[in-house]
Design a protein around this ligand. Structure first.
Ligand code: PGA
Length: 225
């Protein structure tokens, strides 16, 4: 099981250090934290692998606001999230840029958590399968790459996918791509064990509930069990 904490745009360096002082990771589960760019260095070297939340595909260049894979590697960062739905929704991320970012990250030696997931409207229009097929087709295969299935309507809303619905989506994705698949979207200590018990669910990508050391540890323990 792999449990990744996506901190999004929360926690500067001071709060990052405080998190690690309080966080008690259980054994028997792979754990990763994904702080914002400016907190990466404060997180590296504290016993838990650190991933960035995005990565650019070019080695360097005139790309204001972006960070390259080599820059992350130089900091001691071990991986990156790519194609999170918030990047797709607010920052123009497309299947093509997801592919480019994945390839560059893998090429530089980083691990990748590549995110896919349908919106509420897409699910309502019965397009879930087509959307997942399209998104997954853009994601390269690599031993250092895992996919996170995050139904957009479940992110930050408290509306978790039912275990059955998660299992269905994970089975679909695994039929398209031979990789581990994490579930993401309102994972909490209360629902983590049931979600992670589903066949095809290989871990979790956790947003809000990864910000508190105690709740993140509880989710990690549920994954280890
Ligand atoms: P959430 O976010 O756990 O707060 O729903 C998950 C994610 O966006 O990765």
């Amino acid at each position: 099981m792999l449990v990744a904490g996506n901190w999004k745009m929360f926690k500067g360096t001071r709060e990052t250090v405080a998190f690690f002082q309080a966080f008690e990771p259980p054994g028997g589960v792979e754990i990763v934290v994904c702080p914002p760019f400016t907190s990466l260095l404060a997180a590296v070297g504290r016993g838990i692998p650190v991933y960035a939340q995005s990565v650019h595909w070019a080695a360097e260049g005139a790309f204001t606001g972006e960070v390259s894979a080599a820059m992350l590697v130089e900091l001691g960062v071990e991986g990156a999230i790519v194609g999170h739905s918030e990047r797709r929704q607010y920052f123009g991320e497309t299947d093509e840029t997801v592919r480019l970012r994945c390839e560059a990250a893998l090429e530089a030696g980083l691990a990748v958590i590549a995110c896919v997931g349908e919106t509420e409207a897409e699910r309502g229009a019965k397009e879930t399968e087509a959307v997942l097929q399209r998104q997954v087709a853009a994601i390269p295969s690599h031993e250092r790459l895992v996919i996170a299935y995050e139904p957009v309507w479940a992110i930050g809303t408290g509306r978790t996918a039912t275990p059955e619905l998660a299992r269905e989506a994970h089975e679909l994705i695994k039929g398209l791509h031979d990789t581990r698949v994490l579930y993401g979207g309102s994972v909490k200590p209360e629902n983590a064990a049931e979600l992670m018990a589903q066949p095809g669910v290989d871990g979790a990508l956790v947003g809000g509930a990864s910000l508190e050391p105690a709740s993140f540890a509880a989710i990690c323990r549920a994954a280890a069990a």
